[in-house]
Design a protein around this ligand. Structure first.
Ligand SMILES: *Cc1c(COP(=O)(O)O)cnc(C)c1O
Length: 426
């Protein structure tokens, strides 16, 4: 038996020749719930969280799960029960956190385009902090807070202008990005915000990008943030918390990001050295908490051999797994059965049924498959289901959360009625 490698998947393994998530055979889950099917490991999510908790042991720290990575209610519920706060980017995400039993006081609200209605709602439920991203937003938030008779707790998102060395679409802390307030404008902006009656300055934050696999960008951003905290406090404005954002990468294909606790040991040493070790710390991890905790099972519909390319056409597509089409991202694709020594394998482009040439899941993959086989697309816990759509009028997939030998259905597959709901004929 040859076992395909499973990069970064401690809770996914082959047992008796069958792919398992924890103690559940993936094939049996697919037979029961159909495909495409997302399968998540509860233990993997909690282990990823535990790495951060270990890194911050003994510190005054709040982990706010950046829920856009995977915003399914049961996933939020799991993190809320484990003590997490949440980093949200919309009123819809606010409603989800509250529906999942999250604590409003531990919510931070990021995003460059918050509407007045979203601000108002967040103020009424008493979120912990607004991470403000522009000078114009400061004025609008001040007005909304005054009209509501509240004081909005704010942090200003600083753009530290460091290169996270990741894909340009997920790099957010460079001068040319739309996020945050320029480093040079930060002190003046804090001084203005501190004088506005509807606002209460509580923190400072940054978030430099996603799928970061090196520690240097974090160390550089931290230095630049601490320089700013020193100058803001010298101007008489106290900063209660420092929020270092998210962005830590995961292993998709032999990537070697630092572990959360190793990274934070280094960062905390720097904080201590600069005299900020006792400050309240916040972080906003998304992908690194859920990415390697999930896979997507898909069924092979057709094999289509060709002169230049062989295509393996599967029933999952860019509407379910948008990362390859959006970022040319790599996901490992493995069989559900550990195969014998692969005699009649071939190299395929694994593609979905959507009518776009961009609808591919993997290029040039060596597979031994036939129609009707099922495959698992790995590292599909982050930015897959939460980015999925109904493009081509395809139903959104079902989701299962595995806990040891138990599998809980946490989202039903869209019905056709779900898809038509809300639409009106002339
Ligand atoms: C997306 C996002 C995060 C999480 O990023 P990951 O790469 O998933 O860890 C954190 N903070 C903000 C403001 C974000 O937009």
């Amino acid at each position: 038996m040859s076992h395909p490698t499973l990069p970064g998947q401690p809770f996914v393994h082959y047992a008796q020749g069958q792919l398992h998530v924890e103690d559940c055979a993936v094939n049996a889950l697919a037979a029961q719930h159909g495909t495409p099917l997302f399968v998540y490991s509860k233990a993997a999510m909690l282990a990823a969280l535990a790495a951060y908790q270990k890194g911050f042991a003994g510190r005054n720290a709040q982990i706010c799960y950046a829920m856009k990575a995977n915003s399914s209610l049961a996933v939020l519920q799991l993190f809320a029960k484990a003590g997490c706060g949440f980093d949200i980017v919309s009123g819809g995400e606010l409603a989800r956190v509250l529906a999942a039993g999250g604590d409003a006081g531990k919510i931070i609200f990021s995003g460059v385009g918050k509407t007045r209605a979203e601000m108002h709602e967040a103020l009424l439920v008493g979120i912990g902090c607004f991470n403000v991203e522009s000078e114009a937003e400061i004025d609008v938030l001040n007005q909304v807070a005054m009209a509501a008779g509240r004081k909005a707790p704010i942090s200003i998102r600083v753009n530290p202008n460091v290169d996270p060395k990741t894909h340009p679409y997920i790099s957010t802390g460079l001068k040319g990005n739309k996020f945050g307030i320029a480093h040079e404008r930060t002190l003046a902006t804090y001084q203005r915000a501190a004088g506005l009656p509807g606002l209460q300055v509580v923190g400072i934050d940054c978030h430099i990008g996603s799928q970061i696999t090196e520690e240097t960008p974090y160390l550089d951003a931290m230095d630049r943030m601490l320089d700013l905290v020193e100058s803001i406090e010298a101007a008489g404005i106290p900063i209660e918390h420092i929020d270092f954002g998210g962005g830590l990468g995961i292993n998709y294909n032999g990537d070697t990001p630092p572990t959360a606790d190793a990274l934070w040991t280094k960062l905390l040493a720097k904080l201590d050295a600069r005299g900020f070790g006792q400050r309240k710390l916040m972080i906003e991890p998304g992908r690194s908490l859920v990415g390697n905790a999930g896979l997507c099972v898909t069924e092979v519909l057709y094999l289509k051999p060709g002169e230049q390319k062989n295509f393996c056409i599967v029933d999952a597509a860019m509407n379910d797994l948008p990362r390859p089409a959006m970022y040319q991202a790599f996901h490992s694709i493995v069989p559900l059965h550990a195969s014998p020594t692969v005699p009649d394998s071939a190299v395929y482009d694994v593609v979905g049924p959507v009518c776009e040439s961009g609808d591919w899941i993997g290029h040039d993959r060596l597979l031994q498959v036939q129609a009707g086989d099922r495959l698992a697309v790995l590292s599909a816990g982050a930015y897959c289901m939460s980015m999925s759509s109904n493009y081509n009028s395809r139903p959104k997939a079902a989701e299962v959360l595995v806990d040891g030998g138990q599998a809980h259905l946490i989202r039903q597959r869209d019905s056709l009625a779900d898809q038509l709901r809300g639409e009106l004929l002339l």
